[in-house]
Design a protein around this ligand. Structure first.
Ligand code: SF4
Length: 245
């Protein structure tokens, strides 16, 4: 029996949707170009290879915008994500910069708390995210004055009211969210219209993909990030990369 197809990632490409997406893509590309003109090599794109991030990759690469792009390799990413990374690098003839966690810090954390400590408490989950994501992010952003993310306001209650340009107090940087006002259907329409490579887990009802043990598929009616740290309350479901402190 064939696996069910995820309808959310196969939106009907009506003329109205195509027109809306083409307009939003032009706006997003203009924002990227403007960010690059303003910040140059002090700007970096944090690419987690989600649907929004592959859309931004295409927006930038198809316009030959030389965006420095990095990925945080936590060491716990799904195999499908590494496969996507290779496909993107081949398609766009580029190389992403990978940041890995400090080996000693991971060894100490696992020795103290176990390999899957994140299931035990929000504190331990945040501690794991600190070691595997936040510390590498800090290194990735050293010397930067601005960064680009694929956040969208509609993704979760914690992202309500997101602007395309905002001050990121936690990191002391300007943050650009070029897809802030895009809907999920618009992101997928853009991916389909441009045949952009994407993570095959999306076909299996994973709208938001992070580390393998902390991500599951969602069911009909669940909010988009319900599959991330599904054992926690919605308000705690951020890894700290986009904290509003
Ligand atoms: S998402 Fe899970 S495995 Fe990945 S860094 Fe956070 S707690 Fe650790």
């Amino acid at each position: 029996m064939n696996a069910p197809r995820n309808p959310a990632i196969h939106p009907k490409l009506t003329d109205a949707l195509r027109i809306a997406v083409t307009r939003k893509a032009a706006d997003a590309r203009a924002l990227l170009a403007q960010a690059l003109a303003e910040f140059g090599d002090r700007l970096a794109f944090a690419n987690s290879l989600g649907a929004e991030d592959v859309a931004i990759t295409h927006l930038a690469c198809s316009a030959h915008l030389p965006l420095e792009t990095f990925l945080l390799d936590t060491g716990r990413l799904p195999a499908e994500t590494y496969s996507l990374l290779a496909r993107l690098e081949a398609r766009y003839k580029t190389r992403f910069k990978l940041y890995f966690p400090d080996a000693g810090a991971v060894e100490a954390f696992v020795a103290a708390h176990g390999i899957d400590a994140f299931f035990e408490s929000v504190e331990l989950r945040r501690a794991c995210c600190r070691v595997r994501k936040l510390e590498p992010l800090k290194r990735a952003l050293t010397g930067k004055q601005a960064w680009i993310t694929g956040l969208r306001a509609a993704q979760s209650p914690t992202r309500d009211g997101l602007a395309t340009r905002e001050w990121d107090e936690a990191n002391g940087l300007v943050k650009f969210n070029p897809l802030a006002d895009w809907s999920e259907a618009e992101v997928w329409a853009y991916i389909r219209m441009n045949d952009v490579p994407y993570n095959t887990l999306h076909e299996r009802f994973y709208p938001s993909i992070g580390c393998a043990p902390c991500t599951r598929a969602i069911s009909l009616g669940e909010e988009l990030r319900a599959g991330r740290w599904w054992w926690e309350a919605p308000q705690s479901k951020e890894c700290g990369l986009h904290a509003k402190t």
